[in-house]
Every structure is written in C-alpha cells, then in structure tokens.
Design a binder for this molecule. Structure first.
Ligand code: SF4
Length: 251
C-alpha cells in the first residue's frame, strides 16, 4: 500500500487524462488520516485550482459553516474530491475522467479506512454507492440523507455545499441534513451497556444492526429514544422497534 505522501505526489504530477492540460494544480485530499468521517466532493473549483488545496474557495467557506452545526472542524475529518483537477466551466465529469481519476480516491479510502464515506453531490454519491455494489436509485432524491451499508462500509450521501452558492433558500434544509454528521461522529452513548451489544458478541444478532444503529444513526434507534424518555422496554426489542422472538429466546 502506498503512503499518503507518495499518493499526493503522484496526484500532483498526474497526466492520466486531458484535464492535466487545462488545470493549474491537481488537488489531493487532506485532513486526519485516521478520520471517522471521509467527505468526497466532485472536483476542485477555481480557487482550489489556484492554491492546490481542497475546499478553500466559496464552497469551502460554505462547507465550513455547515460543519459548524455538528461542531466539526476540517482537522478532524478527511476531505477530498472524486476528480482531482478543475473541470473547465464547472462542467460535469466525463466517464473517462471518472475512470482515470477514481483510482486515487480508491487509494485514499484504503489508506484512511474511515467509518463513514460522505459523498457530497450526485457524481461522488453515484461512484461510491456503485463501488460498494449498491444499485443507484434513478430518483436522485432517494440517494441522499440516508445511511447505506454494504460490504462492511457505511455511506451517508449529502448535498454538495455549492448548491447554496446558487440556491440560498436551500440553506435551512441543508443545515438540518448536515447536522446528522453530529450523530455519525460518535457511537451511541448506550452502546457499552446495551443488550444489542451483548447479543451481537454472542453471535445471535447480525452486525448490520450494530453498524447502522449503535455505530451509525443511533439517534433514530427506538431503543435509544426509549432510554432517553425513560420508557421501560424489553431486551429483545430491536433498534427499529420490532420485537425479536429469536432474541427473546436468548434473553
Ligand atoms: S441498540 Fe440503540 S440504544 Fe442500544 S446501543 Fe444501539 S443505538 Fe444505542
């Protein structure tokens, strides 16, 4: 496996596709190499192309504001793009460009091995869902703001911050959607003492429940909500609120 330093240098000198002729600088990702959250934008903008750093222009400023909501800083996440070079006129990436450039993203993912991949916008989301064997819904609205889990990887696609450059009305909804990163940035506070952990360790509860609730979107767990409200509940109620006869037998 290459080191991140080797990979960055390879990206900066890349000539794999014709975008190398029109860019000023290819832009590798940056951030915490052991980050839990790994955010993937589409491609660098003009400012990023000038400076050679990810999310330093208008979109970067907006992303910083959106990360303030869940209390996250750039230093504690990893930030990169699907395409490492500026797309002239902010056009869509072409198939050949994605094929050539996504190899770098694959290697960044391999090095950081994050708990969550957070693609921002349609093209990164489509690439990442496909990479993990998920059929991408034709209705784009079904892709975003939900937790996907496949081949051991958790994926939570969000809208790209650049949307707010053109559509200020979308801000409240976007702020609300990005707030989910607060939940995803830690495990459920009840996990250590939760019967679901015990059942999973005894091999009678599938990992999917743990990954998607206890170590994923715990705020939507019915058990979590009942704990918070002080509502009594049996050990064999599952995170989605259904009762498990199998767990009942092991209680
Ligand atoms: S089952 Fe629910 S309450 Fe228990 S640790 Fe998982 S998310 Fe938290």
């Amino acid at each position: 496996m290459s080191t991140m330093q080797d990979l960055k240098s390879e990206i900066r000198n890349c000539g794999r596709c014709p975008l190398a002729d029109s860019r000023n600088r290819a832009v590798p990702g940056e951030g915490d190499l052991s980050a839990r959250l790994f955010l993937v934008g589409q491609a660098p903008g003009v400012d990023e192309d000038e400076e050679g750093r990810v999310f330093v222009g208008r979109s970067g400023k907006i992303l910083g504001e959106l990360l303030d909501g869940p209390g996250l800083s750039r230093e504690e996440i990893y930030l990169t793009n699907l395409i490492k070079c500026f797309l002239p006129g902010y056009r869509r990436p072409k198939r050949g460009e994605i094929d050539a450039c996504s190899k770098y993203l694959d290697r960044e993912i391999e090095i950081v091995a994050p708990e969550f991949l957070i693609p921002l916008g349609y093209y990164p989301a489509r690439y990442i869902l496909h990479k993990y064997g998920i059929n991408v819904p034709e209705d784009k609205s079904e892709i975003f703001n939900r937790l996907w889990y496949s081949r051991g990887q958790k994926i939570f696609p969000l809208g790209h911050p650049a949307i707010l450059v053109y559509d200020k009305e979308a801000r409240d909804e976007m702020v609300e959607n990005y707030d989910k990163l607060r939940v995803l940035s830690s495990n459920c506070k009840w996990y250590e003492v939760c019967p679901m952990r015990r059942f999973n360790e005894r091999g009678v509860l599938d990992d999917r429940w743990i990954e998607t609730y206890c170590k994923g979107d715990w705020e939507s767990c019915q058990r979590y909500q009942m704990e918070e409200n002080g509502d009594p509940h049996p050990d064999y109620i599952l995170p989605d609120g259904s009762l498990s006869e199998r767990l009942r037998g092991h209680s």
